[in-house]
Design a binder for this molecule. Structure first.
Ligand code: ZN
Ligand code: FE
Length: 259
């Protein structure tokens, strides 16, 4: 069984590392900087075999070139996006990645919304979803529409209940504050928030999150469950029964919510 680590990087990013003792190989997801990866590899005596990238933002790819220079045999996987200037194998919806060591198989899922080419990797019970789905929240829509982001989140929410969600940032407690304004009586949200607070106090990541818990507590996966009068409609917008309109109102309110 490969072991999973969340390496803190930059301000609040995580670089995910999946390592296998038998082969001595590791893969990483979204290395925004090289230092934490090089350090962890040295610490555990591992070789880097693959780098998986979810989207073109610097805080997710910034360390890739340096890692590739240190480990020239590492294969880079990236979305189809000409803003990523790296020697990468480009992958898109429906592609399957087979990695020999650590032995792993991932399905590529296009999850547009945060950016126009964002992808997620699902396999081995893990979901690497970059800045699309966060615990108790979702990514900002920099290049996508509410329709795209909602479709992406709906797609991810269908994954198995025990999927471990490996997000790109430690945003859980900040997200919990907004989520509590939307579903103040949600018991699953309260218990997840308490657990996350305790994890942060111990200096631990709040991730990976479990899909079942997110379905129960993340307002952006609960568009249909939120009470009508809790949707934070902007003053100039007529309340609407459409899911995408409810989602858009929620995402906009989160953009404006004090962090
Ligand atoms: Zn991003
Ligand atoms: Fe990011």
């Amino acid at each position: 069984m490969p072991s999973l680590r969340a390496l803190p990087a930059l301000r609040d990013n995580y670089i995910w590392m999946l390592a296998e003792a038998a082969s001595g190989c590791a893969l990483v997801v979204d290395p925004g900087e090289a230092g934490p990866v090089l350090h962890a590899l040295a610490e555990d005596g591992r070789t880097l075999s693959a780098i998986l990238l979810t989207h073109h933002h610097g805080d997710h790819i910034g360390g890739t070139a340096e890692l590739k220079a240190a480990y020239p045999d590492a294969t880079i996987y990236a979305p189809h996006d000409d803003r990523i200037h790296l020697p990468a194998t480009q992958v898109g919806n429906g592609d399957v990645i087979h990695i020999a060591a650590p032995a792993a198989r991932f399905d590529v899922i296009e999850v547009h919304g945060h950016t126009r080419s964002h992808i997620a990797y699902h396999g081995e019970g893990l979901l690497f979803c970059g800045d699309t789905l966060f615990s108790l929240g979702c990514g900002r829509m920099f290049e996508g529409t509410p329709e795209q982001m909602l479709a992406s989140l709906d797609r991810l929410a269908e994954l198995p209940a025990d999927t471990q969600i490996c997000c790109g940032h430690e945003y859980t407690l900040a997200n919990a504050g907004f989520a509590a304004t939307v579903e103040p009586d949600n018991a699953a949200l309260k218990s997840r928030t308490e657990d996350a607070r305790a994890q942060r106090e111990r200096g631990e990541p709040t991730l990976p999150a479990r899909m079942a818990d997110e379905r129960a507590a993340n307002p952006f996966l609960r568009i249909d469950a939120i009470a009508d009068d809790r949707i934070p409609w902007p003053p100039e917008v007529e309340p609407s029964p459409r899911r995408v309109d409810r989602f858009a109102a929620l995402r906009l309110a989160k953009d404006n919510f004090p962090a």
